[in-house]
Design a protein around this ligand. Structure first.
Ligand code: F6P
Length: 353
């Protein structure tokens, strides 16, 4: 009989509740354990605040909403001051009488949990989640697939309105350091230009590409996908030149592209923002979440600790968390097959150096 804590840490994403459901189901049905939901990540340990989790506890007419609900019923914190409260967190873990802990997080929050695990000598298993897809050594993480689909859906919508008005539509997507989301969604959503933090680009080259689309292919509209962390190109003006009060990279590029040619270019910028973090988890995210939740419980049953479940070659494996963190965040390799694919399809993805 074990009492296992579970918490969600860092920015939310679709599929977190699906992991919680899988952990509770497997731990209860297979092992007869009790699973304790910890509120608001490590803050819940610090303050000893929990959420009751029982099998079918949230049933509504036999429906388990956790399978398909976005967000996290446990709550989460992003960029908290966890390391200033280590003693209280250790005391909270003891007071809650936990035998083991499962933490669902991205590379930042898993790094903090790893430090706490060592200090408290906890039995700890990590599950990777992030819409940025930047946790190393795993081909899949919870939440990324749904976010890609959300952006592709937005691009479909924006394509029709852009085409109707002969406009260039700049679409800013999340991704502060890694451009996986912009790259995947840009290819799947039919972008003409994809700008990511890992690959430099110039406004001059974007202008030339848009011009070529018009002159050579008769295209009167274009879709530019830009990751929020894409660097401002050297040949552009700086943020001060941006005309909007809360100016992100999307708006900046829109302003720069207006000077592309003497012809007037009609340009609009859209920031997708936290829409990308919400929504019903996709089938793939539900599968990944369920498989990861099950694997985490089995790892605890076999006495493992300090490991992260990962997806490699179509299977769920366990890796030392420290090895994963040492290689995270994992960025887009500018020479990878997706960048090459995008270029082969005539998409401008910046300049290889
Ligand atoms: O880490 C995921 C992420 O979605 C980033 O792409 C984004 O910059 C960030 O979270 C925003 O998080 P928040 O607004 O919750 O601080």
């Amino acid at each position: 009989q074990k009492r296992v804590g579970i918490l969600t840490s860092g920015g939310d994403c679709p599929g977190l509740n699906t992991v919680i459901r899988a952990v509770v189901s497997h731990a209860t049905l297979t092992y007869g354990w009790e699973v304790v939901g910890i509120s608001y990540a490590t803050k819940g340990l610090q303050e000893k605040t929990t959420v009751p989790l029982t099998l079918h506890g949230l049933d509504l007419r036999g429906i388990d909403p956790l399978l398909s609900m976005g967000g996290t019923i446990l709550g989460s914190i992003n960029k908290g001051d966890t390391l200033a409260h280590v003693d209280e967190i250790m005391a909270g873990y003891q007071a809650l009488k936990l035998d083991a802990l499962i933490g669902i997080g991205g590379d930042g929050s898993l790094g903090i949990l790893s430090q706490l695990q060592h200090q408290g000598n906890w039995q700890f298993i990590a599950i990777p989640k992030t819409i940025d897809n930047d946790v190393a050594l795993t081909e899949r993480v919870v939440g990324f697939d749904t976010a890609v689909n959300t952006v592709v859906d937005a691009l479909n919508r924006l394509t029709f309105t852009a085409a109707s008005h002969d406009r260039v539509m700049i679409v800013e997507v999340m991704g502060r350091t890694a451009g996986h989301l912009a790259l995947h969604a840009g290819i799947a959503g039919g972008a003409d230009v994809i700008l990511i933090p890992e690959i430099p680009y110039t406004i001059k080259d974007i202008c030339a590409h848009l011009q070529e689309l018009r002159d050579r292919w008769g295209r009167r509209f274009a879709i530019v996908v830009v990751a929020e962390g894409a660097h401002i190109p050297d040949d552009s003006l700086n943020y001060a030149a941006c005309s909007k009060p809360s100016c992100g990279i999307g708006q900046l590029i829109a302003d720069e592209l207006r000077n592309c040619s003497h012809e007037t270019i009609d340009i609009r910028a859209a920031v997708l923002g936290h829409i990308q973090r919400g929504g019903i988890p996709s089938a793939l995210d539900r599968l990944v979440a369920s498989a990861f939740g099950k694997a985490a419980v089995d790892l605890i049953a076999s006495g493992k600790s300090g490991e992260m479940v990962a997806w490699q070659n179509g299977e769920v494996v366990a890796l030392p968390l420290e090895a994963v963190l040492a290689k995270s965040p994992s960025l887009v390799d500018p020479h990878n097959y997706l960048v090459e694919t995008a270029r082969s399809l005539g998409i401008y993805v910046g300049n290889l150096q």
